[in-house]
Write a protein that binds this ligand. Structure first.
Ligand code: NAP
Ligand code: GDD
Length: 340
């Protein structure tokens, strides 16, 4: 019988790539979808017709228990979150509820449905993946960052992710659950939300190239990130749940680039000079910035055999090309057409 996976955050960037990967691996894939008429669900269905939908919300404990009871998953991937860092200052409580407490609710749903209580001999058969983030390192204490680097989150989002991370570890230690966190560094793709800097830049370049805009306003150009391709990172999520023992892993490329370098690469991929178009806007700076993030993915390479396959330049070119195609065909990046 096919193994069954339940993915929260199915309508997001990673949910789509992970669902594709698991379908290719022969899984029966279920996605948790919220809302009574969520337009992103129909967009996802167009791309991934074979994904089944369970209704539920990370804010609603009962709905998560019902979803686990209905799906009877072998693996649960908790990707659902408020994931845009600036939004976490504007809606800090909601971020804590979805991105932080949502992890508790999902773990509780698995615990309850598996009949595990304190001191019980049963351990859950369901394997749990938590989408932890390099934002937990925040103001970094060392570079590159490993599984042992201390946390100093710099946003309500980073704090909520740190809660989910420690809770996942705690359920593993308290209840013997197979529960792991992937500490993933920034990963991008043509399916990335338009609010994140890589996609904002690739769309901006495409609009300028096609004569639809004359400038691109950005915030801090000096921030540095370790950017990889989302399609590579979802393979790591799956590999983590196949390991003999439940452990946490850092996933990244080990290479860092600045936003300025991102901008240079993206404009040059379209044959443009970025300095003629980019406007620095201090209103786009964050209350507390994460200056640099750079992964040491050695543990994942050695223990999981995981390697990224797409370079920074290839990623940027892929996103610019995709947005040029999308906009020249009259697509709307806020709707569904950026998805193949
Ligand atoms: P994304 O595109 O922003 O997707 C977020 C998903 O969360 C959406 O499917 C959204 O569904 C869902 N969601 C929001 N509120 C929810 C709620 N109350 N209940 C259930 N689902 C809810 O994020 P992503 O880039 O795919 O990232 C996936 C996960 O990895 C997130 O947890 C993110 O924080 C984490 N992460 C991402 C990166 C990265 O670079 N991409 C790096 C490290 C960690 P709706 O359509 O219903 O809004
Ligand atoms: N979004 C955005 N928009 N970022 C900008 C801009 C702009 O106009 N100008 C400069 N930046 C800088 C930000 O200040 C930040 O330092 C960097 O670009 C990256 O910003 P985002 O793309 O918004 O991503 P993030 O690093 O804050 O968070 C992403 O990666 C995390 C993993 O490290 C998200 O995907 C998080 O969910 C994820 O956990």
């Amino acid at each position: 019988m096919a193994r069954r996976a339940l993915i929260t955050g199915i309508t997001g960037q990673d949910g789509s790539y992970l669902a594709e990967h698991l379908l290719n691996e022969g899984y029966e894939v279920w996605g948790l979808a919220r809302g009574q008429a969520n337009p992103r669900v129909s967009r996802m269905r167009k791309l991934l017709a074979d994904v089944r939908i369970a209704r539920g919300d990370l804010l609603d404990q009962g709905s998560l228990i019902s979803a686990v009871e209905k799906v009877q998953p072998d693996e649960v991937y908790n990707l659902g979150a408020i994931s845009f860092v600036p939004m976490s200052w504007e809606q800090a409580e909601l971020t804590a509820e979805v991105t932080g407490m949502g992890v508790l609710r999902m773990l509780e749903a698995i615990r309850v449905c598996s009949g595990i209580s304190r001191g019980s001999a049963t351990s859950a058969q369901i394997r749990f993946y938590q989408a932890s983030s390099s934002e937990m390192f925040g103001q970094v204490s060392e570079t590159p960052q490993t599984e042992r680097t201390s946390f100093h989150p710099r946003s309500p989002y980073g704090v909520a992710k740190a809660y989910g991370h420690f809770l996942t570890q705690n359920y593993r230690e308290s209840y013997g659950m197979y529960a792991v966190s992937g500490i993933l560094f920034n990963h991008e793709s043509p399916r990335r939300g338009a609010e994140f800097v890589t996609r904002k830049v690739s769309l901006g370049v495409a609009r300028i190239k096609l004569g639809m805009a004359t400038e691109l306003r950005l915030g801090n150009l000096e921030a540095r990130r370790d950017w990889g391709f989302a399609g590579d990172y979802v393979r790591a999520m799956h590999l983590m749940l196949q390991a003999a023992t439940p452990e946490d892993y850092v996933i990244g490329t080990g290479r860092m680039k600045s936003v300025r370098e991102l901008v240079e690469a993206a404009f040059s991929a379209a044959g443009l000079d970025w300095e003629q178009y980019v406007v620095c806007d201090s209103a786009l700076h964050r209350p507390a910035e994460v200056d640099l993030l750079c992964a040491d993915p050695k543990k994942a390479r050695v223990q999981l055999g995981w390697e990224p396959t797409v370079s920074f330049d290839e990623l940027v070119a892929m996103m610019v090309e995709s947005d040029l195609r999308l906009l020249s065909e009259g697509g709307d990046p806020d709707q569904d057409s950026s998805w193949p």
